[in-house]
Design a protein around this ligand. Structure first.
Ligand code: SAM
Length: 342
């Protein structure tokens, strides 16, 4: 579309004060989860949002439409909590998959723990979901139970196969690496990705765990992760990542790709094009933001799309240059990962 045609259709870029154009929206569809991963949630005592405070499908669709149709946001990722525990999720997927921006239909993806994929993968695929990322931090059943507090390794592994069978392409695996917890499995997880033709993305442990046990000594950095894999399976680094969060590498023997998301040791905020909506309709311009913008109340007060767009633009203008995890003045957000939507 030409600039003139875009202007005629009321389409504008959503640009922050550092010139970054927003292209990716993460939507948390629920704060609830059927796992209790130690790096994310406490074992007990999580306070769930009351149902009335969670965005309805119509509210999610309305906001998503503004981002896609008005601002040309091309990617939406559903997350949570665990998105598949939200009742009637395929109905929402169907609504969102129909959204179309200037560059065509929205690229609709989801991050899930994979435990329900055997039952729901085909339906989600049929409803228009294009891609899934499935979390898998260990291949050891006892360790899986310790890390997720659920004995569900077999179901997740089967869920990954179900996602492939349903035609999601690509299926990616998210593995959070913690020192002394699962850093001895980096090569095994990489090997799993090679054998099962899925792209594993190792994620540096971030200070977003509800228990507040994060410490920099528990982070295994990108350089170490890459060196560990490279020693077993030689790697070639791919070209610059652009706005994507993962640095990607190709196995030199041609058996696929592997990625690392180096949020802590090599922040990529300068290229960040992401914004987020929490399950209760709070708009965030950074995972680590300490401020939220209340779009839910604005919608429920009856504000127009133009009013909502003004709020969105003001919020994006305040997107900060970068998180300050490695700085002395870093302040942890009050919410943990599952409450924000990872
Ligand atoms: N329940 C889904 C899942 O398990 O993938 C989606 C929500 S989960 C919050 C999204 C992603 O955030 C997962 O890949 C999870 O491993 C990651 N995550 C959660 N807490 C994290 C932390 N403290 N540091 C790094 N990644 C984290």
């Amino acid at each position: 579309m030409t600039e003139q045609a875009a202007a005629r259709q009321g389409l504008t870029d959503l640009v922050d004060s550092f010139g970054r154009v927003i292209g990716d929206l993460r939507i948390s569809v629920t704060d609830r989860c059927n796992f209790r991963c130690t790096y994310c949630m406490p074992e007990e005592g999580m306070k769930w949002l009351p149902r009335s405070e969670v965005m309805s499908f119509e509210e999610i669709e309305r906001l998503a439409r503004i981002f896609v149709e008005r601002y040309g946001v091309s990617g939406i990722r559903l997350t949570g909590g665990e998105p598949t525990v939200r009742a009637h999720l395929p109905v929402l997927v169907e609504k969102l998959a129909r959204l179309e921006g200037p560059s065509g239909p929205v690229d609709l993806a989801m991050t899930t723990n994979g435990a329900s994929m055997r039952t729901i993968a085909q339906t989600l695929r049929g409803a228009g979901l294009a891609r899934v990322n499935i979390s898998l931090d260990t291949l050891d059943r006892r360790r899986f139970l310790e890390m997720t507090r659920r004995d569900e390794l077999e179901r997740v592994l089967d869920g990954i196969e179900a996602a492939k069978e349903a035609g999601f392409s690509p299926v990616k695996i998210n593995a959070v690496v913690q020192r002394g917890v699962n850093d001895d499995e980096i090569v095994a997880l990489a090997g799993y990705g090679r054998d099962h033709e899925v792209e594993v993305r190792f994620i540096e442990f971030m200070p977003l765990d509800a228990d507040g046990h994060w410490g920099s000594e528990k982070v295994v950095g990108q350089d170490e992760i890459v060196a560990t894999i490279d020693a077993a399976y030689p790697l070639d680094r791919l070209a610059a990542r652009g706005a994507a969060p993962a640095d990607r590498f190709a196995y030199r023997d041609g058996r696929g790709l592997v990625g690392v998301i180096p949020t802590v040791t090599k922040p990529f905020c300068g290229d960040c094009d992401r914004v987020r909506l929490t399950a209760e309709g709070q708009f965030r311009t950074c995972l680590f933001a300490t401020d939220e913008y209340d779009l839910m109340s604005a919608m429920r007060r009856g504000e127009s799309d133009d009013d909502l767009a003004t709020r969105i633009e003001a919020a994006v203008a305040s997107k900060w240059a970068g998180h300050r995890i490695n700085q002395v003045d870093f302040v942890r957000p009050a919410k943990s990962m599952s409450q924000i939507g990872g």
